[in-house]
Design a binder for this molecule. Structure first.
Ligand SMILES: [Cu+2]
Length: 339
């Protein structure tokens, strides 16, 4: 290497160092996303057709609508790093299906997020229902699972499918997402899936205004990640994992019923799993359990380790009536993890 190239390399190295210092200590990351609202028709397991309202990914005609809506990820950084992620989520109302007044329009409520009242997506406290931008800057202790949903005429619009997972993920000082639930390395995982819980009462999908239908919830369809998954052979969600690996599941309660989560092997034996975070906060002592009740709005982030021998486990949710806590007919929904 001659002197000229050494100088060039030295200058390039210095510039890279300056850039990394700026990036790791002062550069604000803005995550700008646009959501819209569109219809999605699904044929359910009993042959009935249900029309959902779902969040899509913007555009003139509102494309990309899925049930649940696409995952939104926001990063948080280790202590001592002043960089922050700010989520700017814009709701585009063009082409949106709507109810008649006074329940017209839609919002995005960032459930569990500490936001100002004007960013909370609650029409009763002033959130615009004809399109708005919602801003959120989580702090490092907020790593965990959250949810977004519409807060207009919530009993109907939530039930119609207007929801999705909002995940706060730890990044390292350089900004790379870590495969950990929190900044605690004990929460490291090899695989992760979002188990977004949902229920459907078809009567809600056609009722409007102040119908008495909304006072009597009778779900007929029970979902994980938007799918019914009524048998272990046709699960709602599945994963192929290596043996002796760590599988994290984010359990996100967007259902309108009680529920109990468990993980069972092929013989129906309950397997233990560890709960590390609840409602977007790390537990001071992780809880290892074989069953977990999840009520509407709650979130739990859990990890289990797959065995060293081949097999299949079935994470599962049993949906139960809020009034008497008895399991609904067809209320068992299965996931599958093959290793
Ligand atoms: Cu809505």
């Amino acid at each position: 290497m001659n002197i000229s190239s050494m100088i060039k390399t030295g200058i390039a190295g210095m510039l890279a160092l300056v850039a990394s210092v700026i990036f790791s200590t002062a550069h604000a990351v803005n995550i700008n996303l646009t959501k819209c609202v569109t219809t999605l028709n699904k044929t359910m397991s009993d042959g009935q057709r249900v029309t959902f309202w779902v969040f899509g990914t913007g555009g003139m005609m509102c494309g990309g609508g899925t049930l649940p809506g696409a995952v939104v990820e926001v990063g948080v950084y280790p202590s001592g790093v002043s960089t922050t992620d700010t989520l700017n989520l814009t709701l585009n109302m063009m082409m949106a299906p709507q109810e008649a007044a006074p329940y017209n329009g839609h919002t995005i409520h960032l459930h569990g997020a500490d936001v100002t009242t004007s960013e909370d997506g609650v029409p009763e406290t002033g959130a615009p229902v004809n399109g708005d931008t919602y801003t959120w800057t989580p702090t490092r202790d907020m790593a965990g699972s959250y949810m977004y949903h519409c807060h207009v005429h919530t009993v109907k619009h939530l039930e119609m499918g207007m929801y999705g997972a909002l995940i706060v993920r730890p990044r390292n000082a350089g900004g790379t997402f870590l495969n950990q639930l929190t900044h605690n390395t004990a929460t490291a995982y090899n695989y992760v899936q979002n188990y977004v819980l949902g229920t459907v009462d078809p009567a809600y999908h056609t009722a409007t205004g102040d119908s008495t239908v909304f006072a009597d919830y009778n779900p007929r369809y029970f979902l994980i990640a938007g799918n019914e998954g009524r048998t272990t052979s046709a699960p709602a969600i599945s994963l192929t994992a290596a043996r002796s690996s760590k599988v994290a599941l984010r359990l996100i309660g967007l259902h309108s019923a009680n529920s109990t989560f468990a993980v069972k092997d092929g013989s129906g034996n309950a397997k233990s799993f560890t709960v590390y975070t609840q409602d977007g906060r790390e537990l001071s002592s992780p809880q290892t359990v074989t069953s977990l009740d999840i009520t509407p709005g709650q979130r739990f982030d859990i990890i289990f380790t797959t065995p060293s021998t081949a097999g299949t486990w079935y994470p599962q949710v049993t949906y139960k009536d809020l009034r008497n806590n008895t399991a609904y007919t067809n209320g068992a929904v299965y996931g599958r993890v093959t290793f």
